[in-house]
Design a protein around this ligand. Structure first.
Ligand code: LLP
Length: 420
């Protein structure tokens, strides 16, 4: 099943709502998200991990539009955050502070203070230095900080190098070699300003093979069982995110195999479990809509120049990511390959290379699919291009989550010094 399908006249829709209509109403380029698709993905993930009663914290970094967070909160989502800004978003969207987990290697004293003041559910610490900082901030505030240790279990997730996080050479987590994690856990257990919450692991993103998950989770279990055997309290294991999606088909993700793996490894283990999926919830439930500006026939290539660019969706050029690109109009026979490129002055500014495309002309509208995760959140105003607006379709209605930025608002943030 997919949130994007064609109507009786073969025009592309999002849950039956015309994408042409949304572009006419809200402009181009435009991010659109399927409320039904987001709910379906979230509840499917929840159901897959139900046998181990896992709490699912949506990784806000994938899509932090307040309307998206609020919709998932209604389904029971907590939040996985990586900044005080994302904490503010989680709270503003109605997620209880106790259902928020704060990850990341570089939490500042101010971040930690904000999290503890809000009553955050869990801080995942990634170094002895950070544990010391958390303890000092908690002591100064007269509170007890709930802390889990993120461990680095040295597992290669087999995904793109820029989104692999589970190896010794990556900056993430506390090494499980030389019993570093074990001695640090014993020290947080003894710290009156820290309540030990357990361990966390996250080895990377867009992982489509279960084997790296199994290796990482088995290693995590080993460490956790070792801590327990030495008499320490390890209430919770946070299994991170990383479940991959099918970017070729842009269809709903089947979580049953992942759920079965987790159930096999953790059922009856006695640990409470947490999960942090981001991409798997949002990616295939969003698209970036764009309009063709020109079609330019180069000497050996056709360039389809569109009004969306790398500032709107950086994944193709940053990670060599593939996003399907389809016409909103009824599909026609392809006439050959084309590069779908934006107006930004860089050769790396493309949404798709060497795609089989039909005849296209100025004004034609395209959907760049599977753009619901790590799309709008990674947008910039490079080339002073105002980031695109975002629309959520829910129950047949379109809700503008965020209007496109304007030149005025971009310029209004700046000042020109009075020069002598
Ligand atoms: N938990 C932690 C600690 C993470 O670092 C991440 C993602 C997640 C959960 C969510 O992972 P997911 O379920 O979405 O795979 N911008 C890149 C992806 C970066 C992922 C960073 N960490 C992309 O566009 O592919």
């Amino acid at each position: 099943m997919s949130a994007f399908y064609r109507d009786a006249h073969n025009h592309l829709t999002i849950d039956g709502v015309s994408l042409d209509g949304l572009m006419a109403e809200f402009g181009s380029p435009l991010y659109v998200y399927s409320g039904a698709g987001l709910e379906r993905a979230f509840t499917a993930f929840q159901a897959a991990v139900a046998p181990v009663s896992g709490k699912v914290h949506f990784a806000l970094k994938a899509n932090s539009a307040l309307g998206v967070i609020a919709l998932l909160a209604r389904c029971g989502a907590g939040a996985d955050i990586v900044s005080a800004g994302e904490l503010a978003r989680a709270l503003a969207a109605g997620i209880a502070a106790g259902d928020v987990v704060f990850s990341g290697v570089g939490k500042t004293a101010a971040d930690i203070r904000a999290a503890l003041a809000a009553g955050i559910g869990q801080l995942n610490a990634e170094s002895a230095e950070e544990v010391a900082q958390i303890s000092a901030v908690a002591a100064a505030m007269g509170v007890v900080a709930p802390v889990a240790l993120r461990v680095n279990v040295d597992v290669d997730a087999g995904t793109h190098a820029k989104i692999s996080t589970g190896q010794r050479s990556n900056k993430f987590g506390i090494s499980t070699d030389q019993r570093e994690a074990a001695s640090l856990y014993a020290s947080i257990d003894a710290d009156p300003h820290i309540k030990p919450m357990g361990l966390a692991v996250h080895i990377g993103s867009q992982i489509c093979d279960l084997a790296p998950f199994e290796r990482a989770y088995a290693a995590l279990l080993d460490v956790a069982n070792g801590l327990r055997a030495s008499g320490l309290d390890v209430p919770c294991l946070d299994l991170g995110g990383g479940v991959g999606v099918d970017y070729q088909q842009a269809s709903d993700t089947d979580f049953s195999a992942y759920g079965a793996l987790v159930t096999r490894l953790f059922k009856d283990s006695g640990f409470a479990l947490g999960f942090e999926p981001g991409r798997a919830i949002a990616a295939n439930n969003g698209a970036l809509l764009t309009e063709v500006i020109y079609v330019k026939q180069g000497d050996n290539k056709r360039f389809v120049i569109v009004d969306a660019a790398m500032n709107d969706l950086i994944r193709p050029t940053l990670y060599d990511a593939y996003h399907p690109i389809v016409t909103l109009a009824p599909p026609q026979n392809t006439i050959g390959k084309a590069d779908i490129v934006g107006p930004v002055c860089e050769t790396g500014d493309y949404l798709g290379l060497d795609r089989d495309m039909p005849t296209l002309a100025a004004g034609d509208k395209l959907a760049v699919l599977s753009a619901g995760a790590y799309g709008a959140v990674m947008a910039s105003s490079y080339n002073t291009r105002p980031p695109a607006g975002e629309v959520l379709v829910h129950d047949g209605k379109a809700h503008l989550l965020r209007p496109a930025r304007s030149f005025d608002s971009l310029l209004a943030e700046e000042t020109i010094p009075v020069f002598d």
